[in-house]
Design a protein around this ligand. Structure first.
Ligand code: THU
Length: 147
């Protein structure tokens, strides 16, 4: 279990990241913060695009920040969205988080326009994404014959 002080720090970092979200199209701002086993903290916000489909979610931005810092093994992820109830990570973000940890604590926090926390919920990544895809679960194809 992640220590309460670490979770408090993650919530503060994710809320600050949410404040930097670039979401002119949906106006739905998201902030995320990851804690790794060795104590690294990495944040991300959603970055939207005029082509909509090129939009990057906050969770994946935080994963990219972790990877480029040379860190790995996330143990907790906080995601902050608008209230009244917290948003849940999209399917692609669940799969991307699962790439780096079979399981982690996922804390979802909602805040109102005044920055007050209105709701929170906590769950395990394995509950949000049972049976995540793993490449080694695919039977290896036989080698193609050499010509
Ligand atoms: N969004 C995230 O940042 N994370 C999620 O897990 C779900 C959705 C963003 C993408 C887009 O900028 C906005 O929320 C509305 O979909």
């Amino acid at each position: 279990m992640t220590a309460p002080a670490d979770l408090r720090r993650l919530v503060a970092e994710a809320r600050a990241a949410r404040g930097r979200a670039y979401a002119p199209y949906s106006r739905y701002r998201v902030g995320a913060a990851l804690l790794t086993r060795r104590g690294g903290v990495y944040v991300g916000c959603n970055v939207e695009n005029a082509t909509y489909g090129a939009t990057l979610c906050a969770e994946r931005a935080a994963v990219a920040a972790m990877v480029v810092a040379g860190d790995a093994e996330p143990v907790a992820c906080v995601v902050v969205t608008a209230g009244p109830s917290p948003g849940t990570p999209c399917g692609i973000c669940r799969q991307v988080l699962a790439e780096f940890a079979r399981d982690m604590q996922v804390l979802l926090v909602a805040e109102d326009d005044a920055g007050e926390i209105t709701a929170r919920s906590t769950q395990r990544l394995a509950a949000l994404l049972p049976k995540a895809f793993r490449l080694r679960s695919v039977p290896r194809a036989p080698a193609a014959p050499r010509r």
